[in-house]
Write a protein that binds this ligand. Structure first.
Ligand code: FES
Length: 109
């Protein structure tokens, strides 16, 4: 609920990048056709950025096999699990996962 975030900073899609300088995750979604109609895209991109932050902080998911690994191995299945709360009625999931993989490999935050 919104009230849980009172007095906390919230960044929405409007707070990421500019037309002249997109956020790396926004660019990755364009580069990998991570959207079709765009309805879900703001939420997908913000969640993907949150995913990268979780990975950077070493937060495991239900698919994390080894909690003792110094770095999390982020597979396609892991990305799908971490993004599973986001629904895309256009079915752009393959491009979304590829965009996240790309941003992850390029160290986007
Ligand atoms: Fe249309 Fe996701 S791109 S709902």
């Amino acid at each position: 609920m919104a009230v849980q975030y009172q007095n906390r900073q919230i960044v929405t899609i409007e707070g990421l990048g500019t037309e002249a300088a997109l956020h790396p995750m926004q660019q990755a979604f364009i580069d990998h056709d991570g959207f079709q109609c765009g309805y879900c895209t703001p939420g997908q991109i913000c969640s993907a950025i949150g995913l990268l932050d979780e990975v950077r902080r070493g937060i495991p998911s239900v698919l994390t096999a080894d909690l003792k690994m110094p770095e999390l191995a982020i597979s396609r299945d892991e990305i799908q699990e971490r993004m599973s709360g986001n629904i895309c009625r256009c079915g752009a999931y393959n491009g979304i996962v590829e965009a996240v993989q790309s941003a992850l490999s390029e160290g986007a935050a």
